[in-house]
Design a protein around this ligand. Structure first.
Ligand SMILES: Nc1ncnc2c1ncn2[C@@H]1O[C@H](COP(=O)(O)OP(=O)(O)OP(=O)(O)O)[C@@H](O)[C@H]1O
Ligand SMILES: [Mg+2]
Length: 352
């Protein structure tokens, strides 16, 4: 699978499995990622994302299955894989006593780069990730979380990789640092054609960055496609209803079951998936009136990847990136199967 530069930047996996004792952390994953894509791997805590990244980057052996990265078998040609890839793992492991330049030069020299060349690489990469104006004497231990992530990204780039693995590169970062990483990921992909394999718990991150998304839950891929394809599968429009109490929302869930077979209920909210939302609104208001259930608010919107996630896993993931940068809280939700027929996309505040 060579691209126009004659280089293979693809990632494939067949029947990939990794057990820890009786636990199937990665449970039969198949992947076919052509070169030059940004591939987003989305899943909650413990879904198996890091385990898969470690297998693909030759850090961990699979229990079963086969995978190739840059055209090389991860188990039989580990050395070749490592030369072709850059990796920023979830737990940033920087020697706290070393400065950014020392770390970058050391990493560069480990790949066999002569010292003078390594120095140039270090300067170039510090500029790339926006750390060139930091006091050169500052040790990495004194860096903020966002600066450490950026330095870790620079370290992953020292060997000019054709494929970059980023395991939750923005978790815990403030919005500005997160935006800086997104911009850099896009640039590496656009300008250098680098394949980027990125794991995330943030739906918004997957939605904004990835050409293609796979949703992983309990070691298995439960949905895969472009973000817009995945959203379209859920339905074209969502009517979100707000109620004054959880009891009202639960009663509404029952009352509307017949007219809206595809629903998600969480706390005081109910989300109904329709091909055409507006034409169903008068009827659903009548049904609620008839059942004596008071509606506090109603919004029509387009489905999000959150809706996809809820539908395929029955659980809520983190919500969109929030101000605190911790991804917000996840709310448990019940799911109802069945996607409505397609219709027009529009967004309207009907009542609030
Ligand atoms: N070395 C290990 N020994 C035993 N169990 C492990 C090991 N590594 C991972 N696991 C288990 O495998 C499952 C998948 O873990 P993994 O780290 O791949 O999840 P993740 O999707 O990366 O989660 P997170 O978003 O929290 O980073 C979890 O149940 C985890 O506890
Ligand atoms: Mg992880």
């Amino acid at each position: 699978m060579r691209d126009h530069n004659g280089e293979d930047r693809s990632i494939t996996a067949q029947g990939m499995r990794r057990d820890f004792g009786g636990l199937h952390a990665v449970d039969g994953v198949d992947l076919e990622i052509p070169g030059g894509r940004i591939f987003g791997f989305l899943g909650p805590n413990g879904a198996g994302k890091s385990t898969l990244v470690k297998i693909l980057t030759t850090i961990l052996n699979p229990t079963a299955g086969r995978a190739t990265v840059a055209g090389y078998d991860v188990q039989k040609q580990g050395g070749k894989v490592r030369k072709a890839i850059g990796v920023a793992l979830q737990d940033v492991g920087l020697d706290p006593l070393m400065t950014a330049r020392e770390l970058l030069m050391l990493q560069s020299e480990l790949f066999g780069t002569p010292r003078s060349e390594a120095r140039k690489t270090a300067e170039r990469l510090l500029a790339t990730v926006g750390l060139d104006d930091v006091d050169p004497k500052k040790r990495s231990g004194a860096y903020s979380g966002g600066m450490k992530r950026r330095l870790d990204l620079a370290l992953a780039l020292v060997n000019d990789p054709r494929i970059l693995f980023l395991d939750e590169p923005t978790t815990g970062l403030d919005p500005a640092s997160r935006a800086a990483i997104w911009e850099e990921v896009r640039r590496l992909n656009d300008e250098l054609g680098m394949t980027i394999f990125l794991t995330t718990q943030y739906l918004e991150e997957a939605d904004r960055l990835a050409d293609e998304v796979a949703i992983i839950s309990k070691g298995k891929i439960v949905a895969q496609g472009t973000p817009s394809d995945l959203k379209r599968e859920v339905g074209d429009e969502v009517v979100e209803l707000q109620f004054g109490s959880c009891e009202d929302a639960a009663s509404a869930d029952d009352a509307l079951a017949a007219m809206a077979p595809s629903r998600q209920h969480s706390d005081r909210e109910l989300r109904l998936y329709f091909g055409h939302a507006a034409e169903n609104v008068p009827k659903l208001v009548r049904v609620l009136d008839g059942a004596g259930i008071r509606l506090q608010g109603l919004t029509i919107e387009q489905p999000s990847l959150d809706d996809v996630f809820l539908r395929v896993t029955g659980e809520a993931l983190e919500h969109e990136v929030d101000e605190a940068g911790d991804g917000g809280s996840a709310t448990p939700a019940s799911s109802a199967a069945g996607a409505p027929p397609p219709g027009d996309n529009e967004r309207a505040e009907v009542m609030s």
